[in-house]
Design a protein around this ligand. Structure first.
Ligand code: PGA
Ligand code: ZN
Length: 422
């Protein structure tokens, strides 16, 4: 038997950063090498994502157990994969998709498939004695990503204190990854102080580690961050830019975007983003329109797509068919990449290549429910994706990825500096 032939696949239920069960998979090869991966989980999930299989038994973890998905790994997937080379990623993933047999992986669960898919990649890298980023890069030139760092959380990540979900910082003048990270920490610290000085909560954090103050409105979040940038010695618009994840799917009701004080049609909301882009150094807007509001997306892209990075998260759901439609209809100019939205590593790599070929920027992203698993850090470097969105610089499930990038930086000198749109 070859050294990297899959000898054993084990799965178990572990907990994520919200204390919810999730799937961990361990793959062992004939030569003794192992790979392990833990699947993340979203809160503001889109309806076009692959199915995260939960037990639905109210007596365990309020129905959120994943024992069914774990059983599918052990009883259905493992027997089919034993003996295959762990490095045959595309065949492993193809076979699992076939075994599942549904369009959204609802029979076996995308959480079951992704755990196995990633654990195989880790095991294959270990068998080749390569770090994961090196193994995944293959012939590609690896590059450290620019981090897009969460500062203030709102929406479903912080008890709906604000409508918009994330207010983020882009260290656009940083020359290295570690310099970008150091700036992020400085800005985060000064934001805590700015919030406290203005009488707001500057300690409690949301699901991704961003501050979760009860501000008056979305605009006030931007104002607070601009102050924090200045306090940290950065010049907004020159060496610091802002990004927002509007996550607008989650306040879209009957064709209108419902904010606290008023409801917007897509063209009014576009106008509001346009005003923001004129007034503030906003370089990136994610999910400015809802997941199925293709005409709203078209409007937004026509108006701002030549100067602002417009990222489709719920819109594309890391799905090749949805991205293909976006390319034809010219909606957005960037795509958020979340492994568990599609469910296998191979399909994720295909979407990244598809995006690049169409001139869309891929942004590798964590979920709001995360763990110590740092696979996305290696993935971002291996694919030279350019940007990564992990969350804030607080909470260890976030730091697991930031720290992995620091380790990789000792071996990879290339860093993807910010490229303005247009
Ligand atoms: P989620 O949030 O993981 O809760 O979906 C992340 C995002 O919307 O980018
Ligand atoms: Zn998002």
């Amino acid at each position: 038997m070859p050294q990297d032939a899959i000898a054993r696949i084990h799965a178990r239920e572990v907990l994520d950063s919200r204390g919810n069960p999730t799937v961990e998979v361990r793959v062992q090869c004939a030569g003794g090498c192992c790979g392990r991966a833990i699947v993340p989980s979203g809160a503001s999930t889109g309806k076009h994502e692959a199915c995260e299989l939960r037990d639905g038994d109210p007596k365990r973890y309020a129905g959120k157990g994943v024992q069914k998905a774990v059983a599918h790994v052990k009883e259905t997937i493992a027997p089919a994969l034993i003996g295959m080379p762990a490095s045959d990623q595309s065949e492993i993933d193809r076979l699992m998709v076939e075994l599942d047999g549904t369009p959204n992986k609802s029979r076996l669960g995308a959480n079951a498939l992704l755990g196995v898919s990633l654990a195989c990649a880790h095991a294959a890298a270990a068998a080749q004695k390569l770090p994961l980023w090196h193994y995944l890069a293959g012939n590609r030139e690896p590059s450290l990503p620019l981090p897009m760092v969460n500062l203030i959380s709102g929406g479903l990540h912080a008890g709906r204190n604000l409508e918009f979900q994330d207010f983020l910082f882009l260290p656009v003048a940083a020359r290295t990854y570690s310099e970008a990270l150091e700036q992020a920490v400085a800005v985060y610290r000064s934001l805590g102080e700015v919030l406290r000085n203005h009488g707001f909560e500057g300690t409690l954090v949301g699901d991704e580690g961003g501050f979760g103050p009860r501000l008056e409105n979305n605009e006030q979040a931007v104002e607070m961050i601009l102050r924090a940038l200045e306090c940290a010695g950065l010049t907004p618009g020159k060496d610091a830019a802002l990004a927002v994840d509007v996550a607008s799917t989650h306040f879209y009701e009957n064709g209108r975007y419902v904010l606290r004080d008023r409801a917007f049609a897509a063209d009014d909301l576009t106008e509001m983003f346009h005003e923001w882009a004129e007034k503030y150094p906003i370089a990136s807007i994610e999910d400015g329109m809802a997941e199925d509001d293709w005409s709203g997306w078209k409007l937004l892209t026509e108006k701002l797509g030549r100067r602002v990075q417009l990222i489709g998260d719920d819109l594309f759901a890391t799905n090749p068919k949805r991205l293909a439609r976006g390319c034809i209809e010219k909606t957005a100019n960037s795509i958020l990449i979340k492994l568990n939205q599609i469910g296998t590593l191979t399909e994720t790599l295909v979407v990244i290549d598809q995006a690049r070929a169409a001139g869309y920027r891929p942004v590798i992203s964590a979920r709001s429910g995360e763990t110590e698993d740092a696979t996305i850090a290696d993935l971002a470097v291996a694919t030279a994706a350019g940007q990564i969105k992990i969350g804030s610089i607080a909470r260890s499930e976030r730091l697991a990825k930031y720290n992995q990038l620091l380790r990789i930086e000792e071996h990879v000198s290339a860093f993807s500096r910010w490229q303005p749109v247009g």
